[in-house]
Design a protein around this ligand. Structure first.
Ligand SMILES: Cc1ncc(C[n+]2csc(CCOP(=O)(O)OP(=O)(O)O)c2C)c(N)n1
Ligand SMILES: [Mg+2]
Length: 294
């Protein structure tokens, strides 16, 4: 049985876009009962030009930097008007909007304890403007502002730990998920939707042109990120770790990296080999921190 879709056909996202998969399942999990605040980014650009809007829920496009503030205002207004039971206020924001440019208003929203569900669809770069590195771009990835070549071997930094940032603000519910596990997305979004107070869910959402893989492999590449330990899937409620997706037999990170053009340079020389070792260390550290190995 196909559940109703609240992000309809006709948008102009790329074939195989992981972010659209995230979006559709977030909206389905809430039965479309929500008010969406969407930062500038791919999901806004592909879906909003009048008269071709794909959104079948109340929707407002915020600036790149202020989704947290706009959502706080809407939530406060609904409260003042006695209309809180009409739906959850939900932010849909990219990784650049979340970890860099909108981080200040996200901080304020979490700190003040607004009843808002903040979803970061993490495609690991500023994709809409042509693949620039963001605070959630992983170590070693080629982007147009961390170009792999003679001078640097891709991004020299690793992902900001945004779930810990949300936890430090005492968010009621903090989780990660991935488009490789649609049931997991729905379960977590439903849960967060029922919690009063701020929640943060970061969902790994592969990008075909930005990462450089075949558009039929979106789910496969997402699953490998989890199975290597590079994208741990976990859940915190009231500051306590309450669930972790265990991995039966963790795969070496090479399997994940090799599928994508953004990591291609790492397989060419000694310098790349060292970075692959560092990336493996990151996966190992995740496994240790969250007890990923089954
Ligand atoms: C203050 C500001 N700086 C830059 C831009 C240009 N801009 C629009 S979308 C975008 C990229 C957004 O990246 P992300 O939040 O990761 O979303 P994605 O495009 O990957 O979906 C940029 C840089 C802008 N609109 N506003
Ligand atoms: Mg992005």
């Amino acid at each position: 049985m196909n559940p109703p879709d609240f992000f309809g056909p006709g948008h102009r996202a790329c074939a195989g876009c992981g972010c659209v998969i995230t979006l559709r399942h977030v909206l389905q999990a809430l039965d479309g009962k929500c008010f969406v605040v969407n930062s500038t980014g791919c999901m806004e650009v592909v879906s909003t030009p009048y008269p071709e809007s794909s959104w079948d829920v109340p929707y407002i496009h915020s600036l790149f930097e202020n989704a947290g503030a706009v959502a706080s205002g809407i939530e406060s207004a609904l409260k003042a008007l006695g209309r809180k039971d009409e739906g959850k206020v939900v932010v849909i924001a990219g990784d650049g909007a979340t970890a860099d440019i909108g981080v200040q208003t996200l901080s304020g929203m979490l700190f003040r304890g607004h009843d808002v569900l903040y979803i970061c669809y993490d495609n690991e770069a500023y994709m809409n403007t042509g693949v620039q590195m963001s605070g959630l771009t992983p170590l070693g990835a080629h982007t147009t502002t961390s170009p792999a070549g003679k001078v640097i071997p891709g991004n020299s930094l690793d992902k900001k730990d945004m779930p810990s940032f949300a936890l430090a603000h005492k968010a009621r519910y903090v989780a990660t998920s991935s488009i490789a596990y649609l049931g997991d997305i729905k379960k977590k979004v439903r849960k967060a939707g029922g919690i009063v107070g701020p929640s943060y869910i970061q969902i790994h959402s592969p990008c075909v042109p930005g990462w450089g893989y075949d558009s039929s492999k979106t789910v496969e590449v997402a699953r490998l990120a989890v199975e290597t330990g590079l994208y741990p899937i976990f859940e915190y409620e009231n500051g306590e770790l309450i669930s972790v997706r265990k991995i039966k037999k963790r795969k070496p990170v090479e399997e994940y990296l090799r599928m994508q053009a953004r990591f291609r340079h790492l397989f060419k020389d000694e310098r790349g080999k060292e970075i692959i070792e560092k990336i493996q260390e990151i996966a190992d550290m995740n496994a240790k921190k969250f007890g990923l190995d089954a």
